[in-house]
Design a binder for this molecule. Sequence first.
Ligand code: PMP
Length: 388
Amino acid sequence: MIFDEEINQTIRYIKPSGIRKFFDIASTKKDVISLGVGEPDFITPWHIREAAIHAIEKGRTFYTGNKGLLLLREGVCSYYHRRFQVDYDPHDNVIITVGGSEAIDIILRTIMQPGDEVILPTPAYVAYAAIIEMAGGKVVEVPLEEKDEFKLTPEALKKALSNRTKAVILNFPGNPTGGVMSEEDYAKIVPIIKENGIFAITDEIYAELTYEQKHCSIAQFDEIKDRVIVINGFSKAYSMTGYRIGYILAHKDIIDMCNKIHQYTIMCATTPCQYAAIEAVNNGDNDIEEMFESFKQRRNYIVKELNRIGLKTHMPQGAFYVFPSISCTGLSSEDFCEKLLEEENLALVPGNAFGDAGEGYVRISYAYSLQEIKLAIEKLEHFLSNYR
Ligand code: PMP
């Protein structure tokens, strides 16, 4: 780089996403099967697409208010009430963002002061650590363990606290582990959050994908509700990744401050896509059920097959990822994925892309057709035969 010293030094030293790095290599090869990307393979249900088309046809092509269309904010609040028994006010407690991604960015920039620490249970979605650092904060990783079903335990949370802790990130169901927290699990960490006066940032983007129990939002705990910041969006539940619509639910004071960043940098989320999201949130419950059944079938199949071919895989309770251990091969997760890509043309994501605690694992997304999943299992089985 010729501008080494002239650019922002925090940005300079942030590692590029370990997922993207890998897929850039994969994209240069022919006939690669990829189970790497975390996006549903369904085309958005027609009535939702139609709502976007209709909005354009009707000339709804102008900016909306900064916080998003009131109809959408109302829809989001009634959705949270209906599905997760949490009440928010559409005027005060909601901001519509450009995907969950913008939500993560603006909430961290809103609360972080230089040197503040954020507790990040890892393996974690790749964006959190980078955004915490870009917001001037320090990441404090807490390893989640397979023996605890990748849940955050009260002991682990307590150990990571310091007098600089500003927030803890919760992502259950989680990317990449599929870990889920039940009401009883949350009940053990809620008093710690309350006593220490920290924020709980809960990314609930996979809330509709919990297989054995209904999703529990930590926002259901009234005693800390003011300290809970919910992030969610339309990408995963309705297969709407390309629309880029997400939201934050939080106390009015937090939303008003987030809105300052949002109004100067983004103005508002895309208008026709907000109309599509209104249709999804008001009339999309059946679409969620249909996609859910299909994901559940794929999850059961892939976990059974991975264990059969010798990769020890715990049964994830949520999201659409499995996180098999590759320790039987003696390879590091990066070596495993590189060799697999080289020898079998199969692209997976190395576990260490999600933090040090992910070493010894790989992430496989099963948001792909059963046919692709079957082919990938054949390739993996063939690959593993060299390591026995
Ligand atoms: N949070 C998590 C845990 C994710 O896995 C993703 C996308 N993979 C996002 C947030 C961002 O999603 P989007 O910006 O499409 O809403």
